[in-house]
Write a protein that binds this ligand. Structure first.
Ligand SMILES: [Mg+2]
Length: 278
């Protein structure tokens, strides 16, 4: 039986260790705050299935779909290139002609760019509002963090330039006084573990004075590893406000302390986070 905070959809998977004060928050971008790339999984899945079908014309399409889905889900939150590396390896294992992970990533981004640009155009034309392209309550969360003077850091597996651009489009770029981190081109490397380590050192964090909010297993696992308070956002990106049951299961498996379907219930969340330890 799931346990919820009174009068809310905030699920308490296990009690948190309470800090004297939360000082820093690390937030994921896509699926956690932004819906600009909503539906990226479908676009990546279609690309992977196309590639795998070419590499293995004899294999049943359903099996190829399941395999592609596994690469996408297990590597959500990692830089995109890691998912493309898994695809490249899968093609190579079949002895088919293989392209580099970078080339597959290029093809994926081309397909995704069309979707993103359509949304940006609609925003500029005024047919969509910024809030329509955000997880419900995202601006409310950022306001609560700012009100408490909690330093905010944005960390995303999406390319750095894109993250900066899209945070700007959504009007939230100024919220991240502790930095914006995104994937960078080789030979540089980026990982959320690295960002967390850097934040811990810069702010002298001890554990639960750090809040990690994300919809991917990666940031939750890394947050748990350093004793942070972890909030898993099991957001349904095609039906904002609804809970994605698969995401919830993955976030709980990753160790999330709290699960929310969106970010609308800020009062209940902060009452819990700031209540004295039992
Ligand atoms: Mg995400």
């Amino acid at each position: 039986m799931a346990t919820y905070l009174p009068g809310s959809r905030i699920e308490v998977v296990r009690e948190i260790r309470r800090p004297a004060r939360i000082r820093v928050a690390l937030l994921d971008f896509d699926g956690t705050l932004s819906l600009i790339r909503g539906g990226w999984q479908t676009i990546m899945l279609e690309l992977m299935v196309d590639v795998l079908r070419n590499a293995a014309p004899g294999e049943p399409q359903e099996a190829l779909r399941a395999e592609a889905m596994r690469y996408i889900v297990e590597l959500t939150g990692e830089p995109t290139i890691e998912q493309m590396r898994a695809l490249s390896d899968a093609v190579a294992r079949r002895g088919a002609e293989v392209e580099s992970p970078e080339a597959y990533k290029e093809r994926y981004l081309e397909r995704l760019e069309g979707t993103i640009q359509g949304r940006v155009d609609a925003l500029e034309a005024g047919t969509l509002a910024q809030d329509d392209l955000m997880v419900p309550g995202a601006t409310g969360l950022l306001e609560e963090l700012a009100r408490r003077r909690i330093a905010c850091c944005l960390a995303s597996g999406t390319d750095h330039d894109q993250v900066v651009r899209e945070a700007g489009i959504l009007g939230i770029a100024h919220c991240f006084d502790a930095g914006v981190y995104g994937a960078v081109a080789a030979p540089s490397v980026f990982s959320k573990a690295q960002v967390l380590a850097e934040l811990r050192q810069r702010y002298g964090l001890a554990g639960p004075d750090l809040l990690v909010v994300g919809d991917g297993p990666v940031e939750i696992v890394e947050g748990e590893r350093v004793g942070a308070i972890t909030v898993g956002v099991a957001s349904d990106e095609t039906h904002p406000g609804r809970l994605d049951a698969d995401k919830r299961a993955r976030l709980i498996a990753a160790g999330a302390a709290l699960i929310v379907p969106d970010l609308t219930e800020q009062t209940q969340l902060w009452r819990y986070l700031e209540s004295p330890a039992k």
